[in-house]
Design a protein around this ligand. Structure first.
Ligand SMILES: Nc1nc2c(c(=O)[nH]1)N[C@H]1C(S)=C(S)[C@@H](COP(=O)(O)OP(=O)(O)OC[C@H]3O[C@@H](n4cnc5c(=O)[nH]c(N)nc54)[C@H](O)[C@@H]3O)O[C@H]1N2
Ligand SMILES: Nc1nc2c(c(=O)[nH]1)N[C@H]1C(S)=C(S)[C@@H](COP(=O)(O)OP(=O)(O)OC[C@H]3O[C@@H](n4cnc5c(=O)[nH]c(N)nc54)[C@H](O)[C@@H]3O)O[C@H]1N2
Ligand code: SF4
Ligand SMILES: [Mo]
Length: 723
């Protein structure tokens, strides 16, 4: 066991919480003799989090001790699972992958990578390696029900999918938030521990927080202003803001003008969408829209920030684009107190470009529906149809890696039916859940406390430049394997079976196996901006090992135009794909109020679909309820607590009703990630708090036509009394 101090039989250890993007520093007390966690609390000495944690942190202990968590590889025979050895499992899988690809082509075997891998540097690195070994176009991830439009827009405007502007949260004076709820989510593409305190500090220093959301969220509760918005209309609102900026001569791009292209084009577009024209569709009055623009323009340090609510909608890429455009037009991009770019300790942008993962749009299209790939991945909205539509190129085998698409992807039931018919399904996962129960093999990695931690991706998205490395807290039991070991071993066994053709990549797997993830990170730290070029004091893995409370690398600094990754080194304000896509907004303006609009919501004690097996987190009142405005409930004669039926094109679900003016009229809200009442799983606690799955009714055919992102918000539904 790696520790940082022992006293009276208690060992104290410091590490990063791997559960969400906030990356809080933890202090964990361990009973040295029993080898058991005694307490998990915030690390007061942590350079980034200064003691903050949320209630999920203690669940790390529960995950570690959970008797339902898998510890040995499982093979499914019919509906029963039996333990098998790693060798038997990996050999059989490798043989079947090679045979399947030989018979039906490489694309017959697919890979889906889920959200927890954003928090696992080793899983990410070796996942990419296995993906390359598989060599299939059928690659998917949770990105396409998440941040895909943000990534696409960053690629089109700045030349790199990972060059995402982050609010300079501790110095911003005017923060306009669209479709994000950082008080509950703890921030996304805006990494910082302690969101509630940081947002309160913004107001305490005289700044303003304004929230645009169809629900009066926990963040809206903290704000100076909250405006309800009709779901799916953010792009129109943003054009109304831009219109005001140009119309009232408030546009001040300042120095950004010297390295931006396309300002005239966005101006011409914006002038077509006056606040007066968009207001009825958006649901915010024209004077209020003009007021939002004027207040933003008047602030010396303003920022517009949007997250999931703007990215998982039919006009998500447009909304994400226009957020960046507003930040440029007001001069707030790359300005202290505006939205800024990071300079992380491991600066992967250059390497990503060399590996061809800086971004690539529509280089190929999906077989059945022709949706575009982004950086080698198809939108998960096509996963079901690629599996269940016969013909050449049909997806016949799938590896899921830390993902639960049955609960997380649109029209989960269609995916579920298709998974059950696959010729080969393998899940690398810690639980037998809604998705992995269909696998022929489940390969479980070690627990989160048995692995080390380094934030590769999220360090690109922090509100300060920070870095931290955490040693594993516990030594894994004999025979246990890390995600990266499973991936690398499987990759090597596949290449071995490919004979001569696999020789080169087999060697690569050997080298990567010998180097290990820490070797990779050490090299990357030394090669990074704070490494060898800073002399002997520069960062290395050893330096980070000696700093368990993290290393603060300073506030964000202006970095443009040098940081731009495109060939022109100029901001592209009007990429042609986005300008062309804006034509769809006329149709959006023309649509009237239709059915009820279903949106999601998150809860502080929940984390997507996979932490409901933790008693401490799921106890208390039922959370999987449908929120409805009193006027909509009265019109239907509903009362709180009654069971209602939600129907979409795709299916139905039943949930208890909660009447509340927290949602605007015309909108209903249900959290995602529930729906654990299925057979064949091993999730004792979650099954007793099953809830229903929002993605039983979301529609895989509703996508952002440009990016292909699943439009899981603003789903048209009918709500009737359940019988
Ligand atoms: N309707 C609707 N749908 C949504 C969303 C929404 O807001 N509304 N949100 C979307 C978003 S933002 C996301 S990110 C996705 C998430 O979608 P997914 O990533 O598909 O789902 P998760 O619920 O994160 O499931 C994570 C899986 O990883 C496993 N796991 C956890 N830790 C590890 C580990 O260390 N190693 C391995 N191998 N496995 C591990 C868990 O057991 C679980 O099976 O859901 C999306 N779906
Ligand atoms: N506790 C907890 N924390 C989490 C997670 C979790 O499941 N639980 N998940 C993590 C993950 S994977 C992610 S990606 C992040 C997400 O982080 P956030 O984006 O901050 O979280 P959400 O709660 O999804 O916030 C989306 C907001 O958009 C609103 N919204 C819905 N539709 C629209 C619309 O059309 N327009 C506008 N303007 N708003 C809309 C919703 O009401 C909601 O308040 O959270 C992360 N943190
Ligand atoms: S906010 Fe909670 S879940 Fe997120 S990193 Fe901090 S302690 Fe972990
Ligand atoms: Mo996410």
């Amino acid at each position: 066991m790696a520790s940082q101090g022992t006293q009276g039989g208690t060992t104290t250890h410091h590490r990063t919480c791997c559960l969400c993007e906030a990356m809080c520093g933890l202090q964990i007390d361990v009973d040295a003799q029993a080898g058991r966690v005694k307490a998990i609390r915030g690390d007061d000495a942590d350079s980034f989090s200064q003691g903050y944690i949320c209630p999920k942190a203690v669940a790390l202990q529960d995950l570690h001790e959970d008797p339902d968590r898998l510890r040995k590889p499982l093979r499914r025979d019919g509906s029963s699972f039996t333990e098998v050895s790693w060798d038997a499992a990996l050999d059989d899988i490798a043989s079947r992958v090679v045979a399947l690809q030989a018979a039906h082509g490489k694309d017959a075997m697919g890979l889906y990578v889920g959200n927890p891998i954003a928090h696992s540097y080793s899983g990410l690195l070796y996942g990419q390696l296995l993906a390359d070994t598989l060599g299939s176009k059928n690659r998917y991830s949770a990105n396409s029900v998440d941040a895909l439009p943000h990534l696409l827009v960053a690629f089109l405007m700045f030349g790199h999918q990972a060059l995402l502007p982050v609010p300079d949260l501790d110095r911003v004076q005017h923060l306009l938030v669209l479709g994000a709820n950082p008080v509950v989510s703890n921030g996304s593409v805006m990494s910082a521990p302690g969101m509630p305190a940081r947002l309160k500090a913004l107001r305490a220093r005289g700044g303003k927080l304004i929230v645009i959301d169809p629900r009066r969220s926990e963040t809206a509760e903290l704000a100076d202003q909250h405006h309800f918005i009709k779901p799916g209309t953010d792009a129109l609102l943003l054009l109304g803001l831009l219109h005001t900026l140009f119309d009232e001569k408030l546009a001040r791009p300042g120095r950004l003008d010297g390295f931006s292209d396309g300002l005239a084009e966005v101006r011409a577009l914006a002038l077509k969408f006056s606040p007066e024209r968009v207001a009825p569709r958006v649901g915010i009055a024209a004077p209020a829209i003009r007021g939002l623009a004027r207040d933003l323009a008047a602030s010396p340090a303003g920022a517009v920030y949007g997250r999931l609510g703007v990215s998982v909608q039919e006009h998500g890429a447009l909304a994400c684009w226009l957020i960046n455009v507003v930040n440029v037009v007001t001069g707030n991009l790359d300005r202290v107190g505006g939205v800024m770019f990071t300079r992380p300790a491991v600066d992967g942008l250059g390497v990503a470009r060399r590996l061809g993962i800086a971004g690539e749009f529509a280089a190929h299209r999906s077989r059945v529906r022709g949706l575009p790939a982004f950086t080698g991945e198809f939108p998960v909205a096509v996963l079901g149809e690629e599996m269940d539509t016969p013909g050449p190129g049909q997806l016949r085998g799938l590896i899921t890696f830390a993902g639960n698409p049955v609960l997380s992807a649109p029209n989960g039931p269609r995916i579920e039916r298709a998974l059950a018919k696959l010729e080969l399904m393998v899940s690398i996962d810690i639980y037998r859940n809604e998705t992995t129960r269909h696998a022929h093999y489940i390969l479980p990695p070690v627990s989160p406390l048995e692995r080390d931690h380094f934030d590769l991706v999220l360090s690109l998205l922090t509100v300060r430049n920070v870095t931290r490395y955490s040693e594993p807290l516990f030594t894994p039991p004999p025979g246990a394997r890390h995600d990266w070991e499973i991936l690398n071993d499987l990759g090597e066994r596949i290449e071995r079976r490919r004979g001569l053709r696999g020789l080169l990549r087999r060697g690569l797997h050997r080298v990567m196996g010998a180097l290990g993830p820490t070797g990779v990170i050490d090299l990357a730290l030394r090669a990074g901006p704070y490494g060898l070029r800073r002399g002997p004091g520069g960062l290395s893995l050893q330096k980070l090992r000696e700093a368990p409370h993290g290393v603060d690398l300073g506030a964000l600094e202006p970095m443009l135009p040098a940081r731009l990754q495109n060939a022109t080194r100029r901001i592209q304000l009007a990429p042609r794909e986005l300008v062309a896509d804006a034509a769809r907004l006329e149709a959006l303006l023309a649509t009237g109020p239709g059915a009820l609009s279903l949106i999601g919501r998150r809860h502080l004690r929940s984390n997507n679909s996979w932490m409901h097996n933790v008693q401490r987190l799921v106890k208390g009142p039922e959370r999987c309820t449908l929120l409805m405005h009193p006027s909509d409930a009265a019109a239907r004669g509903f009362t709180t607590g009654q069971k209602v039926r939600v129907t979409s094109r795709v299916g139905t679900l039943e949930a208890p009703l909660e009447i509340s003016d927290e949602v605007m009229s015309g909108v209903v809200s249900l959290p995602h990630g529930w729906g654990h009442a299925r057979t064949g799983m091993q999730l004792g606690v979650a099954t007793a708090h099953a809830g229903v799955s929002l993605n039983d009714v979301t529609d895989e055919l509703r996508v952002d036509a440009l990016a292909g992102t699943a439009a899981v918000t603003n789903l048209p539904v009918e709500v009737t009394a359940a019988t």
